[in-house]
Design a protein around this ligand. Structure first.
Ligand code: NDP
Length: 291
């Protein structure tokens, strides 16, 4: 058996086309959706992520602002800038690229972003809303995964889902979204006993760990849908996921590749959240309503 590939590049192109049309419609009403991105320090991966996010915005007909600070910047400077962006009616979305340098209180920075502009969905108010099944902004990576499952027509109701990884950014919100779709969800982590016992039960397996090729074909239920969120470098420096693609594709029913899977969808859903924030302003409902 060779798994069907769930192509994140093709789906991204389709969704970004729809977003560009919606952005153009808003522009004709005098509102240009605008994302402000803040980068602190010179971490090369973070710099690439921010560059890609800003470029994607421009390509979809949205405006972007990029503020870059040196690694030793006084956090007060960043807090002041966030306050300015919060107050600017022309800015609809604000993101601070993580990780921040050690002298920052990351949680305090995320909490300082106005929840109405928190397009990453990391503010406690937005996390709570998601938990209550009434999300304002869905964190971009799990949001992208949900779109991929939907586009691939993967049945969700009653499905056994196993998520490996329990981060606030991926694992936990992913679990909430799938629970809301009536999946039976198990979350595994570094202290889970007998990981393969769990993964072999999964109709849908989501790997979000950050360890190259740790999920091998023998850990996958035949016919399962495998979503690989991981972004790692192999020994030759090439990008690879948490799933050993070559062995997994022989067992799985459907699988996302790395690169070209979840990654492009993450940026696409950031654009979607920014656009939604701008649409809410246009509709006079900036506080946001349930999706
Ligand atoms: P974190 O480091 O925050 O979380 C990793 C999780 O994996 C933790 O919950 C950890 O458990 C768990 N874990 C570690 N080792 C094991 C193990 N041996 N067995 C089972 N679980 C384990 O990572 P993120 O969630 O931020 O990211 C995960 C991966 O996804 C990374 O590769 C990251 O680069 C990628 N990523 C990709 C995105 C995309 O757009 N495609 C977006 C965001 C992230 P514990 O909690 O016990 O420590």
């Amino acid at each position: 058996m060779t798994a069907r590939i769930i192509d994140g590049i093709a789906l991204s192109a389709e969704v970004r086309g729809q977003l560009a049309e919606r952005a153009a419609a808003l522009k004709s009403k005098g509102i240009t959706p605008c994302l402000a991105a803040i980068l602190v320090g010179e971490d090369p991966a973070s710099a690439v992520y921010v560059r890609n996010k800003v470029a994607a915005c421009e390509k979809a007909g949205m405006r972007s602002i990029k503020d870059v600070y040196s690694v030793d910047v006084d956090p007060a400077v960043v807090f002041a800038r966030i306050a300015e962006l919060n107050a600017d009616p022309a800015v609809h979305g604000i993101l601070v690229q993580l990780p921040l340098p050690k002298h920052f209180d990351s949680a305090a920075v995320l909490e300082s972003i106005s929840p109405e502009k928190d397009v990453d969905g990391f503010h406690a108010e937005n996390v709570g809303a998601l938990m209550q099944g009434n999300p304002r902004f869905i964190p971009c990576t799990p949001y992208g995964v949900m779109k991929m499952l939907e586009s691939a027509n993967v049945p969700l109701k009653g499905a056994e889902v196993v998520i490996v990884g329990r981060s606030n950014i991926v694992g936990k919100p992913m679990a909430m979204l799938l629970l809301a779709k009536s999946c039976t969800v198990t979350i595994c982590h570094s202290q889970s006993k007998d990981l393969a016992f769990h993964t072999r039960r999964a109709d849908i397996l989501v790997a979000a760990v950050g360890r190259a090729k740790m999920i091998t074909g023998d850990m996958i239920k035949p016919g399962a849908t495998v979503i690989d969120v991981g972004i790692n470098r192999n020994s030759e420096g090439k990008l690879c996921g948490d799933v050993d693609f070559d062995s997994a594709k022989e067992v799985a029913g459907a699988i996302t590749p790395v690169p070209g899977g979840v990654g492009p969808m993450t940026i696409t859903m950031l654009l979607a959240n920014t656009l939604e924030a701008a649409e809410r302003v246009a509709a006079g409902n900036a506080k946001g309503v349930a999706k």
